[in-house]
Design a protein around this ligand. Structure first.
Ligand SMILES: C[S@@+](CC[C@H](N)C(=O)[O-])C[C@H]1O[C@@H](n2cnc3c(N)ncnc32)[C@H](O)[C@@H]1O
Length: 238
């Protein structure tokens, strides 16, 4: 049995964060709850590759939530990606990715295509220019119905989806990671996006990991038509 070693324990923006090492692997624990580790990563990579495969040129991607950098590494390996904006609210997570976690992704934060924004993704979206991204890949929670912090609920509301769609260029792709199916959020996505699709990835647990994908309509008027259809979005506003 391998021993677990605490590499660093810090007071993070949203509570205690611990980086632990067990054998060759690392794991991040937030407020005593497992957040992410360096084993696997299949669905975290798919989150980005599925979006990048379908996004328009020039391939400007935002990744919400750095974690251990699986999604970032997938973005940099994709031929269609020209720039990557990583939005991560925990400075320690960014620092660990330039230190003990750098071998996981070949020190991806040093890639000239990468810009790191130490910020809350909700606040960052408000400041981002409209239609400035070709894909937005969101993995900040265990899913729309299983939040890491209550504030993140804003992202999955009707207004949160509108904010995500606002920063996408017409035809741009939104991808959202979840550790379980999220039918209410999927229904809300259908109000804002075309070609909504759910991809399941076996995770060796009772529920598959899920990646929800959708494309920003080319004509924004269609969003208004769908939003006038009452009762279809069951999620609360901000
Ligand atoms: C599950 S991890 C992401 C895993 C990542 N996809 C990977 O490949 O390793 C979630 C990350 O999102 C960050 N996070 C959570 N809420 C956030 C928010 N509102 N804004 C920015 N980052 C957030 C956490 O600190 C954590 O680093």
């Amino acid at each position: 049995m391998e021993e677990t070693e605490t590499v660093e324990r810090v007071a993070g923006v949203c509570g205690e964060l611990v980086l632990r090492r067990r054998g060759e692997h690392h794991e991040i624990v937030a407020n005593g709850t497992f957040l992410m580790d360096t084993r696997g990563g299949t669905s975290e990579r798919l989150l980005v590759t599925a979006a990048a495969d379908h996004m328009p040129a020039p391939g400007r991607i935002m990744i919400g939530g750095l974690g251990v950098g699986f999604s970032l590494a997938a973005a940099l390996a994709h031929p269609g990606v020209s720039e990557v904006h990583v939005v991560e609210r925990e400075p320690a997570v960014v620092r660990w990715n330039s230190g003990p976690l750098a071998p996981v992704h070949g020190d991806a934060l040093r890639d000239p295509r990468v810009r790191v924004h130490v910020d809350d993704v909700v606040a960052w979206l408000e400041g981002a220019a409209p239609a400035s991204l070709d894909a937005v890949c969101l993995d900040v929670d265990n899913g729309p119905d299983w939040l890491v912090t209550p504030d993140n609920a804003r992202l999955y509301s009707d207004a949160g989806l509108a904010a995500l769609v606002r920063v996408l260029a017409p035809g741009g792709v939104l991808a959202v990671w979840s550790a379980q199916p999220a039918p209410a959020f999927e229904a809300c996505m259908r109000l804002h996006l075309d070609e909504v699709e759910v991809v399941e990835v076996a995770a060796g647990t009772a529920q598959p990991d899920v990646v929800l994908l959708g494309r920003r309509p080319l004509e924004s008027v269609r969003i208004e038509l769908r939003r006038s259809d009452p009762g279809r979005c069951l999620l609360p506003g901000w």
